[in-house]
Design a protein around this ligand. Structure first.
Ligand code: TA6
Length: 306
């Protein structure tokens, strides 16, 4: 008898408590309670679709290198309301609570919550309640993030779903859908987020470090590499796409990445950075990023000789 879609508490992954979701067709996902951070997404064909560094720190307090860290309430060190905020905010390092684990229409989902407390208020003086739901369906994954302003003051925030996608070889990877979309190149113009350029090539290729923030792509993105194609979509409430790969030199300086780690990952992040979101008291904001695995088309048959 086929197993039913379901979820179970994995005992732990390298000592960290996690929730595992699984489907009868073999799709599965693992989410750490630290940061409600997805660590793994395997599709029915047995392929791992996310990159988790084999040198990631899983000590329960350091940021975990790989999977899908949630960055909230600030991106990088672009200060939102408080200088005490750590780089990329606190959501990725704090423990989240499991709210529920359920069978969904076509799959399984797990929901996690994070609520402001003395630790967060010491870093950022705003009361909030955040929720993250991971939905797993056959060959599809969706990450939903929501935040409610539970204070009586208005505040701004930035957010990013910092997805590390696994690729076979970054030198033979294409990302389509960004042609003509304005971007800030943080490698060429650090500290100048208003500097804008546009790509003219049909697809983006990767030969060295890249760190860009694209604004308002109009179509779904398509990641193409030998290991499979992924269609990537995000909610209009997340208008920015960050594309990041550290390249060989910067990667070698990251203590939680192997020297060749950059070859096997590409971050394609759904974000709200350039224009922070303003949240009124009592209001809720939501955003999502989703991925659909598509079969890699068979190579065109060689033309037969006349
Ligand atoms: O999203 C791109 C980025 O902000 C880069 O500038 C780079 O710093 C990267 O994230 C990783 O940041 P982290 O703090 O996780 O090492």
């Amino acid at each position: 008898m086929k197993p039913q879609a379901g979820a179970e508490h994995a005992s732990s992954f390298q000592g960290q408590p996690c929730i595992d979701l699984f489907l009868p067709g073999g799709d599965r996902a693992r989410i750490a309670l630290q940061g409600a951070q997805l660590l793994s997404w395997v599709t029915g064909d047995g392929r791992e679709r996310l990159y988790l560094s084999p040198q990631a720190s899983l000590d329960g307090v350091s940021p975990i290198r790989g999977g899908v860290p949630l960055r909230f309430p600030q991106f990088n060190q672009r200060v939102i309301g408080s200088c005490a905020l750590p780089k990329h905010g606190f959501a990725r390092t704090l423990p989240w609570a499991v709210r529920d684990i359920a069978q969904a229409k076509q799959g399984a989902q797990a929901t996690f919550t994070l609520t402001s407390d003395a630790r967060t208020l010491a870093l950022w003086p705003n009361a909030f309640s955040a929720v993250c739901t991971v939905e797993l369906e056959p060959d599809r994954l969706c990450i939903n993030f929501g935040v409610r302003n539970t204070s009586d003051a208005i505040w701004p925030f930035a957010v990013a779903l910092h997805t590390y996608l696994r690729v076979d070889d970054i030198g033979r990877t294409d990302l389509e859908g960004l042609k003509g979309v304005p971007y800030w190149d943080a490698v060429l113009h650090p500290g100048e987020p208003d500097a804008r350029t546009k790509d003219i090539a049909e697809s983006l290729r990767f030969a060295s470090e890249i760190d860009r923030v694209y604004t308002r792509p109009r179509t779904p993105l398509m990641l193409k590499h030998f290991g499979g194609w992924l269609q990537i979509e995000q909610s209009p409430s997340l208008p920015d796409v960050v594309v990041w790969n550290p390249g060989a030199v910067r990667c070698a300086a990251l203590p939680d990445m192997p020297a060749d780690g950059f070859k096997h990952m590409l971050c394609v992040e759904a974000a709200r950075i350039q224009t922070p979101q303003i949240l009124l008291p009592g209001d809720t904001w939501r955003g999502w990023q989703s991925f659909r695995a598509l079969p890699r088309p068979a190579p065109a048959a060689a033309a037969s000789p006349l």
